[in-house]
Design a protein around this ligand. Structure first.
Ligand code: C2O
Ligand code: CU
Length: 621
């Protein structure tokens, strides 16, 4: 593992180390405030229209040229095969500070045998393991060697008091400009533990490989000590071309090139070319020891695919969902949607030998099918023998046809918690709509009447940190502001036939209800007795979910579908909690400096994905 543990870096005077530099120069927060860029939505659209030709050229360059151009001098990606966690990692409640350096760059790799340009962390795929204890301070210095801006988000971290370290483009920061760095520094919540991950949070960049595991240990985790060893099982779907090109096609009036997928389908997502387990297709091998209890930490780092995970002949005991320890429940298969995590305990007590590990891609939930996609992704698990090609059988239980979460009756938190009564109800309608523009129509995603567009030069957090409750957001930002600590019931109705994995930043929510059709007040069943708690849940096709959370965490928090294509099409809204406390946040000066440094060219690149938008529906106030 080439992750650098480099405490000495902190005091270095390297001009890369912005945080240190800013501190040494004593830059006070207010001295480096950038002038707010006040542009009306209409004006921005004109700018975009005017730049269409330039942007188109850029888009083509991004989609087609970049990889080819760079291939010859790019380095080759190393597959990160260290799937076993170090059993000697000291799990303690005494906090420490842990330092990592991430270099984000383009490199060439072939995770499924097909060589392509990728975007990677430290030249590794999946990215390096970040391993901490609850309460530790985590410092990750991210160097951006890409030709585009990027950000890194720490999925599931509460970031209480450090919303500006959430790493969300257009919400909590501007993209880290090419050639520059950003120091993420925050304290892991002392009450948070379990299986998490990090990923790029700018456009669809993470689809190209910028992701890795973040594991938080704690002696107070209820399931701590109930297993002998731990292993990572990272699932992801994979494409043969850069996501930027696919995104441009997906958001174009005609939709993606349907020649391989049985025709033209505006609004249909590009189906992946393959699936990976720990960064490899059908090649990962897990060498275990007999008669031990393994905690497998499943993480779906994919872009649009729900996986069905299983191991032949081995019952899995599910003990964690998204950082919440569960009352153990035995299953043959675990459905896991994008961005979700589960821990399952597998005991190596069957006949010694090799077994199939299966991650079946739920391609029935794609709008388009890819005839070349092999949906059964395999790895080999071996114990007590030398590895051989397994000829073990899949479980025979039928796989449900819908792409849904593990039934919520099976997701019972070990530490029981009934939610407090709600003080506010928010009803959200999620839909895809065709928007008209001069050149035709385009399908975008809407949360109520707003299709989100990232403002990569003026993130909503910076806006609100300046004027607090007075903030007037752009028409393409749907922000629900809570001035006081509120217990929110968020009812989300799905007017689309597909299921969508929704994630709320900075919170763990209760899932108090879900069902088919639309939510009906007083009729739809709600569960107030120790409901599931997690950070990502699947909204069923043409169905509804109700989640409850407390707005006690100051900041701007994204709530979005984690399917990369959908977020880029606008399926994102925000909660702004406690504006007066947001004004008190100690936002590092380099964050606003990087916003001031967004060049015209860079700004346009972030708009590539939405170049056809000429009218965006306004949200009703
Ligand atoms: Cu995995 Cu918006 O995040
Ligand atoms: Cu979605």
């Amino acid at each position: 593992m080439s992750t650098l543990m480099s405490p000495s870096k902190e005091g270095s005077s390297s001009n890369h180390d912005l945080e240190t530099k800013a501190e040494h120069e004593g830059l006070a927060l207010n001295e480096t405030r950038i002038t707010p860029i006040k542009r009306s939505g209409r004006r921005k659209l004109l700018v975009i229209t005017g730049a269409v030709v330039v942007v188109l050229a850029l888009a083509l360059g991004l989609g087609l040229g970049l990889g080819l151009k760079k291939t010859s001098n790019s380095s080759y990606v190393t597959t990160n095969s260290s799937f076993l966690l170090d059993p000697n990692f000291v799990v303690t409640s005494t906090p420490t500070t842990r330092y990592y350096e991430f270099v984000i760059s383009e490199a060439v790799g072939s995770p499924d045998g097909f060589q392509r340009p990728m975007l990677v962390v430290n030249n590794q795929f999946p990215g390096p393991l970040v391993e901490v204890n609850s309460g530790d301070e985590l410092v990750v210095n991210v160097f951006n060697q890409l030709s585009n801006g990027t950000t890194i988000h720490w999925h599931g971290q509460l970031q209480n008091g450090t919303n500006y370290m959430d790493g969300t483009n257009g919400i909590t920061q501007c993209p880290i400009p090419p050639g520059m760095n950003f120091t993420y520094r925050f304290t892991i919540n002392p009450n948070q533990y379990g299986t998490f991950w990090y990923h790029a949070h700018a456009s669809t960049q993470y689809t190209d490989g910028i992701y890795g595991p973040l594991i938080i240990h704690s002696p107070s985790e209820p399931i701590y000590g109930q297993y002998d060893r731990e292993a990572l099982v990272i699932l992801s779907d994979w494409y043969h071309v850069m996501s930027s090109g696919l995104l441009t096609q997906y958001l174009s009036a005609a939709g993606i090139d349907g020649s391989n997928y049985g025709g033209v389908n505006p609004g249909a997502e590009p189906p992946p070319d393959s699936g990976l387990i720990n960064g490899k297709m059908n090649g990962s091998s897990m060498d275990l020891q007999p008669n031990l209890r393994y905690r497998l930490r499943l993480i779906n780092m994919g872009t649009m695919t729900e996986f069905m995970f299983s191991v032949d002949s081995h019952v899995l005991s599910v003990v964690e969902a998204d950082g919440t320890s569960l009352a153990p429940v035995n299953v043959h298969r675990v459905p896991i949607h994008v961005a979700q995590r589960y821990s399952v305990i597998l005991t190596t007590n069957q006949t010694t030998g090799s077994y199939n590990v299966r991650a079946e891609m739920r391609s029935t939930c794609y709008k388009l099918s890819n005839p070349n996609l092999n949906t059964m992704v395999l790895a080999t698990m071996t114990y007590g023998a030398s590895p051989s090609t397994p000829n073990t059988q899949d479980w025979s239980d039928a796989i449900p046809s819908l792409c849904l979460d593990l039934n919520s009756t099976m997701v019972v938190p070990q530490i029981a918690m009934n939610p407090p009564n709600s003080t506010e109800t928010v009803q959200i309608a999620m839909s895809f709509q065709q928007t008209t523009q001069s050149g035709g129509t385009q399908t975008l995603a809407f949360m109520n009447n707003t299709s989100w567009l990232a403002d990569s030069t003026n993130p909503t957090l910076l806006q609100m940190s300046k004027v607090g409750i007075q903030t007037v957001f752009d028409s393409n930002q749907f922000v629900i502001v809570n001035n006081n600590i509120t217990v929110v019931d968020l009812i989300l109705n799905n007017y689309d036939d597909s299921s969508h994995p929704f994630h709320l930043h900075g919170h763990v929510f209760w899932i108090i209800g879900e069902g088919g059709g639309s939510y009906m007040s007083g009729v739809s069943q709600l569960n107030m007795i120790n409901p599931p708690r997690r950070d990502t849940l699947t909204l069923p096709g043409y169905g509804w979910v109700a989640i409850r959370f407390i707005t006690d965490n100051p900041g701007l928090w994204a709530f979005h579908c984690h399917i990369g294509w959908h977020m880029a099409a606008g399926m994102l809204m925000q909660f702004a909690s406690l504006p007066s406390q947001i004004q008190q946040l100690q936002i590092p000066s380099y964050l606003s400096n990087q916003c001031a440094q967004q060049s015209g060219g860079l700004r346009m690149m972030m708009y590539v994905e939405r170049l056809n938008v000429k009218t965006v529906e306004r949200k009703s106030d």
